[in-house]
Design a protein around this ligand. Structure first.
Ligand SMILES: Cc1cc2nc3c(=O)[nH]c(=O)nc-3n(C[C@H](O)[C@H](O)[C@H](O)COP(=O)(O)O)c2cc1C
Length: 166
C-alpha cells in the first residue's frame, strides 16, 4: 500500500463510481462494507471533500453513525464485479461480507477502518457534516422515483485526508 495524490485516486473514483465502489465503516470490531454508486467529490471548507448518500435502512447507516470515519475502496477497472454485487445486495446484519467475499483487510496509520487490499485505490475520509434528507425539500419527481418507501438518505460530507494505491 503506497500513498498517492488524492487527485489520482479521485480519477479512479470518477471512472468506477457508476459500476460501484466499496464504502467501509464502523468502530472497533463492528466493521462493514457496502457498495455505493452515488456520491460526489469537490471542495468544502477549503479542503478536498467527498459526499456519499446512505439510506437509513442500511446496516452501514447504523455503523457510520457510531463512527467519524469511512474508507472508500475503488476496484481496478471492471474488477470485483461479483464482490460488488454481493456487498450491494446482502446486509452486514446477516453475513460478514469480508469473509463471504474473501476481501483482505489492510490497515494504514490514519484510521482503524480497513482498506480492501484487492482494490486499486483508497480514500481515507473523516466526516465533517452529516444531514438526513428533509422529505419536504425533495423534488416530487425524485420522491416518486426513489422514496415512496420513505427510506431516505443521510448525506455524509467528509474530508479526504489521505489516498492510497494497492
Ligand atoms: C451498484 C450498487 C450501488 C449502490 N449504491 C448505493 C448508495 O449509493 N447508497 C445506498 O444507500 N445504497 C446503495 N446500494 C445498496 C446497498 O449497497 C445495499 O443495500 C447493501 O446491501 C447495504 O448493506 P448493509 O446493510 O450491510 O449496509 C447500492 C447497491 C448496488 C448494487
Amino acid at each position: 500500500m503506497k500513498e498517492v495524490e488524492i487527485t489520482r485516486a479521485i480519477a479512479g473514483w470518477d471512472r468506477e463510481l457508476e459500476h460501484g465502489v466499496f464504502l467501509t465503516t464502523g468502530t472497533g470490531t463492528q466493521v462493514n462494507t457496502m457498495t455505493i454508486a452515488w456520491g460526489a467529490t469537490g471542495r468544502f471548507w477549503n479542503r478536498p471533500c467527498i459526499t456519499v448518500a446512505v439510506r437509513h435502512s442500511r446496516y452501514t447507516h447504523d455503523l457510520i453513525d457510531l463512527s467519524d470515519q469511512f474508507v472508500i475502496s475503488i476496484p481496478a477497472a471492471g474488477s470485483l464485479k461479483q464482490e460488488l454485487s454481493i456487498c450491494g445486495t446482502r446486509s452486514g446484519r446477516e453475513i460478514d461480507k469480508f469473509d463471504a467475499c474473501s476481501l483482505t483487510r489492510e490497515y494504514v496509520p490514519e484510521t482503524t477502518i480497513p482498506l480492501i487490499a484487492q482494490c486499486e485505490y483508497h480514500l481515507v475520509c473523516t466526516i465533517s457534516y452529516r444531514q438526513s434528507m428533509d422529505p419536504l425539500l425533495i423534488d416530487a419527481e425524485y420522491v416518486h422515483q426513489s422514496y415512496t418507501d420513505h427510506d431516505h438518505h443521510t448525506m455524509y460530507y467528509a474530508q479526504i485526508i489521505k489516498a492510497y494505491q494497492s
